[in-house]
Design a protein around this ligand. Structure first.
Ligand code: ZN
Length: 178
């Protein structure tokens, strides 16, 4: 048996289920390209404990390459992911564990809640701008914006309305008009 140090493959779901009891040291190898299903083939490999003829010229385990597997995360990180998912639901279902794993792999952070979809970069930027705009507060009903021809009222602490104050501070046109 040339690969005596490599455990037999198991399903990703099973591997995550036993993570609370401690995983072997090494990297978790999975089929290339996630997101993964609970039935995905999984194996933890510690390259340091392989014989030199079990790794190729790129220092990758030959066994993994033959199986079409690629390294994903270190097993200690996998344990942390499972611990964080267990904090959301205890006991955590296999589906939740796999969701948390996929989420961490894609976004490099722990899943905040089941079904969470993070904002895209554009959505996040829009939210930051919107929050800033909303924080400017109400416009005066009787004191006009300092910009000529603007019919809006000024905000507290500025000579300008929300739109023109935003444009001045952000140095770009305000995307909001409400
Ligand atoms: Zn104005």
């Amino acid at each position: 048996m040339p690969y005596r140090d490599i455990k037999t493959m198991e399903h990703l779901g099973n591997l995550l289920k036993r993570a609370p009891h401690g995983l072997e040291f090494g990297w978790l190898y999975l089929p290339q390209n996630g997101p993964w299903q609970p039935e995905a083939s999984a194996v933890i490999i510690d390259v340091d404990h392989l014989d030199s003829h079990d790794v190729d010229q790129d220092d990758e385990p030959i066994f993994a390459k033959q199986q079409g597997l690629a390294a994903t995360l270190e097993s200690r990180t996998v344990e942390d992911i499972v611990a964080s998912a267990t904090a959301l639901e205890s006991p955590a279902s296999v589906d939740l564990l796999v969701e948390a794993f996929n989420y961490y792999f894609e976004f490099d952070s722990f899943l905040p809640e089941r079904g969470h979809i993070p904002l895209s970069r554009d959505e996040w930027r829009h939210k930051v701008n919107r929050d800033f705009y909303d924080a400017l507060g109400p416009e005066s009903l009787n004191k006009k914006c300092h910009i000529e021809s603007c019919e809006r009222g000024k905000i507290t602490g500025s000579l300008r309305c929300k739109v023109h104050h935003y444009g001045m501070v952000r140095n770009k046109p305000c995307p909001f008009t409400d």
